[in-house]
Design a protein around this ligand. Structure first.
Ligand code: KIV
Length: 278
C-alpha cells in the first residue's frame, strides 16, 4: 500500500481500533530521516532538545528560536509522520495572543502539524485559544519538566488518590479544551489505564505503563546517545555512544600512524599532468 501522510483523525482512529501509536523525538535531519524510514507515527521535536542536544541542565533555558531552528531541520526529513513541535517554557504562558503567535510560528515557519503544551494551572484557557485559532494541540500531564520545581522534583506523579484525581481532571480538561491527544509522563500504570479509558482522545505514555494508546521515548535514550542518565522507564535499544567513541579513537590512531587515508581514499592525477607541474 502506498504510504500517505498520517493525519490527526487517523491517529484518533488508531485508539478506536486498539492499534498502538508510536512517537519518538527528533532534533535534526539525519535522526528524523531514520525515524521516518522506520515508519513511526508521530515525530516530536521535544524541548528535551535542551538537555540531550544543547547540553543545558534542564529544559527551562530552551528558546523559541532554538526550537524553530531544530524543528525546521527535522521537517526537511519528514514526509509521512505527524510532526509536533514542543512549545518551550514561557512561550505559552504570558497571554493568549502571545501563545497563539508562538504556536503559529511552529506551524507557519517550521511546518509542524501540531504543537504540544505542558500542563500548568493556566494552560487550559491558553489551549482553548490556540485550538480556536485552528492549531491542533497535544497536551502533556504528569511529570512536566517545565514545572518540575512545583512538582517537587523529577518523580512519579499521582501516587496518592488526591493527586491522581487532579491528574484525571487535568486530562479531561485538556480533552474538553480540544486537544487531539495527551502525553502521560511518569504516572503509575494503573492510573494511566484509568485516564486512557476515560478519554476519547489517545494517551501517549512515557513511564506510564503498557495500557496507554501509544508510547513515546526520547530517541537519544533509545539509541544510547545521552550518557548523563537513563530514566527507569526508558529502554536503550542500542548503545551508540561507546561505539562512536571507539570509531573516533580508531580514526585518531590511524591518522597518527599513517594508516588513513590510504590509496582507496585518495584521488589520482595522471603522470602526464604531473610532469607539467614539475
Ligand atoms: O521534550 C520531550 O522530549 C517530551 C517527551 C518526553 C514527551 O516532552
Amino acid at each position: 500500500m502506498e504510504r500517505r501522510k498520517l493525519t490527526i483523525p487517523e491517529i484518533i482512529q488508531k485508539k478506536n481500533e486498539g492499534r498502538k501509536i508510536t512517537m519518538l523525538t527528533a532534533y535534526d535531519y539525519p535522526i528524523a530521516s531514520f525515524i521516518e524510514q522506520a515508519g513511526i507515527d508521530i515525530i516530536l521535536v521535544g524541548d528535551s532538545l535542551g538537555m540531550v542536544v544543547l547540553g543545558y541542565e534542564n529544559t527551562i533555558p530552551v528558546t523559541m528560536e532554538e526550537m524553530l531552528h531544530h524543528t525546521k531541520a527535522v521537517k526537511r526529513a519528514v514526509k509521512y509522520a505527524l510532526l509536533v513541535g514542543d512549545m518551550p517554557y514561557m512561550s505559552f504562558h504570558k497571554s493568549k495572543e502571545d501563545a497563539i503567535y508562538n504556536a503559529g510560528r511552529f506551524i507557519k515557519e517550521a511546518g509542524c502539524d501540531a504543537v504540544k503544551l505542558e500542563f500548568y494551572p493556566g494552560v487550559i484557557e491558553i489551549t482553548k485559544a490556540i485550538v480556536s485559532a485552528g492549531i491542533p494541540v497535544m497536551g502533556h500531564i504528569g511529570l512536566t519538566p517545565q514545572t518540575v520545581m512545583q512538582l517537587g522534583g523529577y518523580k512519579v506523579q499521582g501516587k496518592d488518590a488526591e493527586r491522581a484525581k487532579t491528574l484525571i481532571e487535568a486530562a479531561i480538561s485538556f480533552e474538553e479544551a480540544g486537544c487531539f491527544s495527551i502525553v502521560l509522563e511518569c504516572v503509575p500504570d494503573k492510573l494511566a489505564k484509568i485516564i486512557t479509558e476515560r478519554l476519547r482522545i489517545p494517551t501517549i505514555g512515557i513511564g506510564a505503563g503498557p495500557d496507554c494508546d501509544g508510547q513515546v521515548l526520547v530517541t537519544h535514550d533509545l539509541l544510547g546517545l545521552f550518557e548523563r542518565f537513563l530514566p527507569k522507564f526508558a529502554k536503550r535499544y542500542v548503545n551508540l555512544a561507546p561505539q562512536i567513541v571507539e570509531a573516533v579513537k580508531e580514526f585518531k590512531e590511524e591518522v597518527e600512524s599513517g594508516v588513513f587515508p590510504d590509496r582507496s581514499h585518495s584521488f589520482t592525477i595522471s603522470e602526464e599532468e604531473l610532469r607539467k607541474i614539475k
